[in-house]
Write a protein that binds this ligand. Sequence first.
Ligand SMILES: Nc1ncnc2c1ncn2[C@@H]1O[C@H](COP(=O)(O)OP(=O)(O)OP(=O)(O)O)[C@@H](O)[C@H]1O
Ligand SMILES: [Mg+2]
Length: 295
Amino acid sequence: MSSSMSFAVNPADEDLIIEMYGVKKGFGKRQILKGVDITVRRGETMVILGGSGTGKSVSIRHVIGLLEPDEGRVLIDGEAMSHAEKQIKAKLRARMGVLFQSGALINWLTVFENVALPLREVHKADEQEIDRIVTEKLRWLGLLPARDLLPGDISGGMKKRVGLARALTTNPEILLYDEPTSGLDPVMSQVINELVRRLQKELKVTQVIVTHDMASAYYIADRITFLYQGRVLFVGTPDEIRRTDNEIVQQFIHGRSKGPMVLDAEDPTAKKKAAAKGGGEESSGADGSDQGAGA
Ligand SMILES: Nc1ncnc2c1ncn2[C@@H]1O[C@H](COP(=O)(O)OP(=O)(O)OP(=O)(O)O)[C@@H](O)[C@H]1O
Ligand SMILES: [Mg+2]
């Protein structure tokens, strides 16, 4: 039951680079993913939408191989990531760039050093090369003035961009972004959106982007996967999602407080709290933190 699980499963007409099939994952008694199927075509930009605590970050962490499914499997370019040996995982992960929700910067390293990390650790580039690449990415993201600052001394939006610069340093084939525009002002959000589009159009990078930002989702997505209570409720293009008659999806994309959507149904503490207060209370904030996932 290990790396021998890479059998051919692709439908003949599709060139899939990320495949999740029947992924189930629980933590303690709580079942978070209840059989998630997500497939991403090579060069595609897939947006993952869904309410807080529905398992978006947990899904991404399976793709990166930071979490193992209890059931189901995850393939990267046809090769099993789930339950693979360490070296296989490292090899597959070296093809990816990841922007974690928290930014996951190392607090005692400067912006420059944070961005340089994957080049030093994974790709063993020489100093001159590192300087050239890191400077280029910092310039792209308007971060040159911050190059010698520590993460504690820059704004949240800047941290986000540093995380993105780091994800880009190795020119990955696959980029995974967890909430790349949250906490950014509208102008900087659009800078990120346009960057995503450029990576898609010019470099044909495969991208998976978790976001709550509908404007951004419509702008960047080839397709959108909507997760709800640990399952995929909808997959389709931005046009298809606008036109779907699924009421839960409609409630979400229009941000309506009233509708069939159950808020945080899977969080037992939320239920308890709501019961104690005698009413439905909104999201107790699944923190979704990406502890220790660093570089
Ligand atoms: N390592 C873990 N151990 C225990 N519970 C976890 C762990 N990781 C995630 N969870 C729980 O799984 C649920 C889904 O988490 P996840 O971070 O995927 O949510 P999300 O969809 O990304 O939400 P958000 O939009 O708030 O980031 C949450 O209730 C979270 O508390
Ligand atoms: Mg999250």
